[in-house]
Design a protein around this ligand. Structure first.
Ligand code: 5AD
Ligand code: SF4
Length: 444
């Protein structure tokens, strides 16, 4: 009997960690359909692009990539192309109309329908499913791990967001908030430990609003993370992202009291100005945020702190911008994701507030933010010189084959000479020097 030719799927992922986690769920669903994942687009029978809509430049990048894929399809007419994720959800049919070489459009809650959709595409028609769900968490689907190491994995614990920050498209593309059955989360973590993984990151748009009701008893996020940490003392547990309005004392104490929950919190502040925070509908003030940071520092003195910040939101004045800089300086973040405000169609801000900060002012403010963060990161890293940190080795260093790279508890990147150590080892490293981005040391 002639062997059926194996079908190869290439998935390219843009945007947040949640998208990377979703791609692993898609990989799993497609594997069930007889596909194998490949990391070479040229050899693929099917290409999926898992897309991001958070800022206009993310969408522009993807549009460019789609032009390249169009050329690939010219030389290989049997190639099938699917667009997944937030852009699929935001643009729906419009995307099929505009990109005539695309065969398939699938929103983030419709991946279980992929087997049917692929059948439609195989029969020569185009297919679309962008229904959002109030329940879908892909709870029992075992993700195909697409990451490039077998050390660290993502576990999605909830989906969607209902915060409706006025600038943000996510509540429209990812729908209502829903939490995943804690038993399936703990099982996934145990399974990863059995397979040799050493670190998991619990993912959700707003993990602090995780909640699960079982027989009248509530499982909260602090309880969930404690359960995951109890799977193995050898397993590092991280999480992202927290909303400042919901980060509770209970969570902070749980992190402080649990050895293998990493001392690192990503707490986006977006702006240091109360006027901007109000306009952004962030539901907290500068003072509230500072109090939360003080509490974190009180219980977890060596906590790694990172953030997201937006420059040039609607009506932002020079004083508002200075308040952003002064808050950054006060917190002393280790790391930050820094963005220029990008107006998104149909968001509350787009409907209510003019995008009135001139482009060159946005750029200049962003540069000031980046320059400050560079100094803060360097200052924070310099404080580690002379100290010994525990590093979980993730990979060979990008710069040199002779060095290994990994992270410490605070999520700082550490590089050191390889010697006999291997990927997946926990290594005690004495820090001898640093840059703003990396700690450099010697294994003890
Ligand atoms: N423009 C710029 N940055 C944005 N973010 C979300 N929406 C926008 C937007 N319209 C940023 C926020 C958020 C991060 C994921 O992306 O800082 O925390
Ligand atoms: Fe967007 Fe705000 Fe939800 Fe984050 S919390 S995904 S910024 S709406």
């Amino acid at each position: 009997m002639e062997k059926v030719k194996e079908k190869r799927l290439f998935i390219e992922t843009y945007g947040c960690q949640m998208n990377f986690s979703d791609s692993e769920i898609v990989g799993s669903i497609m594997t069930e359909q007889g596909y194998t994942t490949t990391d070479a687009a040229e050899n693929a029978d099917v290409i999926f692009i898992n897309t991001c809509s958070i800022r206009d430049n993310a969408e522009q990048r993807i549009r460019k990539r789609l032009k390249e894929i169009k050329r690939m399809k010219k030389s290989n007419p049997n190639l099938k192309v699917g667009i997944l994720g937030c852009m699929a959800e935001r643009l729906k049919q419009q995307l099929l109309d505009e990109e005539e070489h695309v065969d398939l459009i699938v929103g983030p809650d419709a991946y279980r329908d992929l087997p049917n959709l692929i059948k439609t595409v195989d029969s020569g028609r185009r297919a679309i499913n962008v229904l959002l769900s109030e329940e879908e968490t892909y709870a029992e689907i075992e993700p195909v791990r697409l990451g490039n190491n077998s050390v660290s994995a993502f576990i999605s614990i909830m989906r969607g967001c209902e915060n409706f920050c006025t600038y943000c498209v996510v509540p429209f593309t990812r729908g209502k908030e829903r939490s995943r059955d804690p038993e399936t989360i703990v099982n996934e973590a145990s399974d990863l430990v059995t397979k040799g993984y050493k670190e998991v990151t619990l993912l959700g748009q707003n993990v602090n609003s995780y909640t699960w009701n079982e027989d009248g008893a509530e499982v909260s996020f602090p309880q969930l993370i404690a359960k995951v940490a109890a799977v193995s003392p050898e397993l590092r547990v991280r999480f992202a992202t927290s909303h400042p309005k919901d980060i509770s004392d209970e969570l902070i104490k749980t992190i402080a009291n649990t050895q293998n929950i990493c001392n690192a919190i990503h707490l986006p502040f977006q702006s240091g100005s109360n006027a901007m925070l109000k306009k952004m509908n962030r539901k907290y003030t500068r003072e509230w945020y500072m109090e939360r940071i003080s509490t974190i520092k009180q219980y977890i003195p060596d906590c790694g702190l990172s953030t997201d910040v937006i420059a040039g939101f609607c009506g932002e004045t020079e004083e508002d911008h200075q308040e952003t800089l002064s808050l950054m300086d006060w917190v002393g973040y280790d790391y930050a994701f820094m963005f220029k405000y990008s107006e998104r169609p149909n968001t509350i801000a787009q409907k209510k507030f003019p995008d009135d900060v001139p482009e060159e002012v946005k750029s200049r403010r962003l540069t000031e933010i980046i320059d400050l963060q560079q100094k803060l990161s360097l200052r924070s890293n310099e404080q580690s010189i002379g100290k010994v940190v525990e590093v979980l080795v993730e990979s060979t260093s990008k710069r040199s084959e002779a060095d290994l790279a990994g992270r410490n508890d605070q999520n700082k990147m550490v590089v050191f000479p390889r010697k006999h150590y291997q990927i997946g080892d926990y290594v005690q490293v004495k820090i001898t020097s640093c840059t703003a981005a990396t700690l450099i040391g010697e294994a003890l």
